[in-house]
Design a protein around this ligand. Structure first.
Ligand SMILES: [Zn+2]
Ligand SMILES: [Zn+2]
Length: 375
């Protein structure tokens, strides 16, 4: 039984598999199938179906997915804010076991526990060669440019550049959020924010990536202010060590500047809205650093920032777009040594059959930590 696609011999003729063949995921009618979460229209409730098994690239691997996070970026794609080719399998942060290895990769072996950043670099361009695969112009992204990880198996391209071995002590559920939210927050604070002990960090939004920033900020010795309109969300942030919590009311930036005696050293907008981005910039002290992590798409991409303040106070504004695989070891060391606990941010663990409703639930703001799908 091949779900809605009928007989196996018909796999290559269905619209989904035809799209797969165009993208090189399957080689033809002889391909087998895997269970995956699929939507054919933006906003349509995704369903679990059998889809064509992805084909292992010569320079890549196939990962048997054990856990995969439900991220707001998946919701943006599903809602059509970030267009994808339909039908589509979402999912871009995952952990699992290597199931298959391409003919040219020699660094990994079947059975190894791994994760991968959601941006998979080409390994050849000037950005990849200088350690910045997260902005590779030829990048591939599972769940956006390619079939995603809400599936039994997912491709990691150019494995020698993009695959990350997991320490044994880091479980699959904890590791599943390293591909996007937790690693993005880590890089936002350490590379862009350059946060140091005793400095003030204001985090706008306490969803998955915001709570990640709170946890990492606290672990790095920052004094954290967590801002979110939802009382449960800021309660979680407080439990994670946020010194102050604030509702996301108007003029909250004034409160932040008051509490911090002049403004935060670092701000993160983990919401992704014109209002929170501008408020976060207004919350900075002189020479402070703002990191935009929450996505601003479509018309929101033109959000206005207070550039008078940026100039007069020499503020720094950064975007953060994940983290290259080569930069994962220090983060994994902090997790393996118990300094960071990404598993604590996971509010619920569900099966693949509930992934569609979890994605749809993001229509309203969630306040219960991250949702992870176990497969
Ligand atoms: Zn994400
Ligand atoms: Zn590249």
């Amino acid at each position: 039984m091949v779900g809605s696609f009928g007989d196996l011999s018909m796999v290559a003729q269905c619209p989904y598999c035809a799209a797969n063949i165009r993208r090189g995921w399957v080689s033809g009618a002889e391909s087998s199938v895997v269970r995956a979460v699929v939507y054919s229209q933006y906003g349509e409730l995704p369903q679990v179906r059998d889809v064509a098994d992805p084909v292992c690239p010569d320079d890549g691997v196939i990962v048997s997915v054990r856990a995969t996070g439900v991220c707001r970026s998946d919701w943006h794609a599903w809602r059509g804010h970030d267009p994808v080719t339909l039908p589509h399998v979402p999912g871009h942060e995952f952990a699992g076991v290597i199931a298959e290895i391409g003919s040219t990769d020699g660094n990994f072996r079947v059975g190894e526990r791994v994760t991968a950043p959601f941006v998979q670099g080409c390994g050849r361009c000037e950005y990849c060669l200088t350690g910045n695969a997260q902005v590779c112009p030829q990048q591939r992204q599972p769940g956006f440019t390619d079939q995603g990880s809400f599936a039994e198996r997912v491709v990691v391209n150019r494995a020698d550049v993009n695959l990350v071995r997991l320490p044994d002590v880091v479980g699959f559920v904890a590791a599943s959020v390293l591909g996007c939210r937790f690693a993005t927050a880590f890089r936002a604070l350490t590379v862009h924010g350059r946060i140091s002990r005793g400095q003030w960090l204001a985090v706008y939004g306490c969803g998955g990536v915001g709570l990640s920033a709170v946890m990492i900020g606290v672990a790095l010795g920052a004094r954290v202010i967590a801002i979110d309109a939802h009382p449960t969300a800021v309660a979680i942030a407080h439990e994670l060590g946020a010194e102050r919590t604030l509702p996301g009311a108007a003029e909250v930036d004034l409160l932040v500047r008051e509490i911090t005696d002049g403004g935060a050293h670092v701000t993160v907008d983990a919401v992704g809205s014109p209002a929170t981005a501008a408020a976060a910039v207004r919350s900075l002290r002189r020479r402070g650093r703002h990191v935009q992590v929450g996505l601003l798409l479509g018309a929101q991409a033109m959000a206005a920032l207070p550039m008078d303040r940026v100039i007069a106070q020499e503020l720094e504004i950064y975007g953060s777009h994940g983290m290259a695989a080569a930069d994962y070891p220090p983060l994994l060391d902090l997790i393996a040594s118990g300094v960071l606990h990404p598993a604590k941010l996971v509010g619920s663990v569900i099966g693949l059959d509930r992934a569609g409703e979890a994605l749809a639930a993001m229509d309203s703001s969630t306040a219960s930590g991250m949702t992870v799908i176990e497969i």
